[in-house]
Design a protein around this ligand. Structure first.
Ligand code: DOR
Length: 425
């Protein structure tokens, strides 16, 4: 195994130091380190972060390998500074059995670019009628701990209660896609002034807020862990603030796009801006940013949602919702939060690793911990060219935008997956 010595690198924003990676771990940090056998890199101006962890990634395999595979999504993740991603269950077939989650887990190991942790479906076929085999998925080689019907809401309160109760036995968590389906029938975008003007059916904020309110009460009642996917409204933040103050075991994520973009993008009728939940108003964006800084929202998760050209480059009403996120998330976080490295490390690595229970991720970089880390050049700016992305899909809302920050290198257990900004394999 090659050793790597990175000279004069800032650890999570601290004063420059040297960092020695050997045998899969951070062997040493400190001034003037030498290691004759190591490959030496100049880290001047670079910031080392614990490898990023994405709690919400769609990899599309099995079923839609034309849009993304475990391998292509893993490569996109590594290039984005990630060392672990949690793969959502809305594949085809759905990841609702031990067999499918083990398949995804094995494909992730074979690709070897990030740790791929499968998420299991809550209900069979995401149909919202019967609980999936949660215990068998938890006991499988994939050791599933997060369950989600993401893309669909677990709308039936009795089923949601049963799921929350069931996963308590192995400290699992239910990740809810909060959308009261009766309130969003036919919805095309955020319900508000812009949807009225464009004549598009609206997705009201209350459809999200009502489910979060219901589910924090259910989670409190049964004493289970609940996670809320892609929080998008100011009202949801208030419900979460209230629940957290009561001591409910609830965590929440926000996506990069909900931190940056607003519903007036729909005026272009470009389906690249169609996403579920939809882009909201500037007031919502401001509330989400404040909640992220404060900790009412625990993490940034990408909701990386690759879609094939024919599913995205068509009329707005027919286009699938979703946007790419893995290769741009750190840049959006830098843009939104500025160089608050400790906050970025907490919201994009430590907290998601804790929620998912991923050992060896979300720690360091410090002597003795697994060398899962990424090196960022905060001074670099790059213009996003969709054709240059590693994802098999092209549906980035940031095309031709110039964003701050560049991932220079990523290490997974001491082996580089990205060097000089390029994937190693
Ligand atoms: O925009 C979205 N796309 N939201 C979801 O909840 C699902 C995702 C997908 O799978 O494409």
């Amino acid at each position: 195994m090659t050793a790597y010595l990175i000279k004069n690198v800032s650890l999570v924003g601290g004063a420059p130091t040297d960092l020695l990676i050997r045998d899969g771990v951070v062997a040493e940090t400190g001034a003037d380190l030498t290691a004759p056998d190591a490959t030496v890199t100049d880290g001047t101006g670079l910031v080392a972060l614990p490898g990023l962890v994405d709690l919400h990634t769609h990899l599309r395999e099995p079923g839609r390998e034309d849009a993304e595979t475990v391998e292509s999504g893993s490569r996109a993740a590594a290039l984005g500074g990630y060392t672990a991603v949690c793969a959502m269950a809305n594949t085809s077939p759905v990841a609702d059995t031990a067999g499918v989650v083990e398949q995804v887990w094995r494909l992730g190991r074979e690709a070897g670019l990030v740790d791929v942790q499968p998420i299991g479906a809550v209900t069979v076929g995401l149909a919202g009628e019967r609980l999936a085999e949660l215990g068998a998925m938890a006991d499988s080689a994939a050791r599933v701990r997060i369950f989600s019907d993401d893309g669909h809401c677990v709308a039936d309160p009795k089923l949601m209660r049963r799921a929350l109760e069931y996963v308590k036995a192995f400290d699992g968590v239910i990740a809810q896609h909060a959308e009261e389906p009766r309130l969003t029938e036919g919805a095309q975008m955020h319900e508000g002034e812009v949807s009225t003007r464009l004549g598009l059916t609206g997705w009201p904020a209350v459809a999200e807020e009502a489910i979060i309110a219901r589910d924090v009460l259910l989670a409190e009642h049964v004493g289970s862990r609940l996670h809320i996917c892609h929080v998008s409204t100011a009202g949801s933040v208030e419900v979460l603030r209230h629940a957290k103050a009561r001591g409910v075991k609830v965590t929440a994520e926000v996506t990069p796009h909900h931190l940056l973009l607003t519903d007036d993008r729909a005026e272009t009728y470009d389906p690249v801006y169609k996403v579920n939940p939809p882009l909201r108003t500037a007031t919502d964006v401001a509330a989400l940013r404040a909640a992220l800084a404060e900790g009412v929202i625990d993490i940034i998760a990408t909701d990386h949602a690759p879609h094939a050209v024919e599913d995205k480059e068509c009329e707005w009403a027919y286009a699938r919702p979703g946007m790419l996120g893995l290769e741009t998330a750190l840049s959006i976080a830098l843009d939104v939060l500025g160089p608050q490295w400790d906050l970025i490390a907490e919201r994009m690595s430590r907290a998601p690793a804790r929620i998912a229970g991923l050992e060896g991720h979300g720690v360091g970089p410090a002597p003795g911990v697994p060398a899962n880390l990424t090196l960022v050049d905060p001074a670099a700016r790059r213009t996003i060219e969709p054709a240059e992305l590693a994802s098999r899909s092209r549906n980035t809302p940031y095309a031709r935008m110039t964003l701050p920050g560049r991932i220079v290198a990523t290490f997974l257990r001491g082996e580089p997956t990205v060097l000089d900004g390029k994937a190693v394999k």
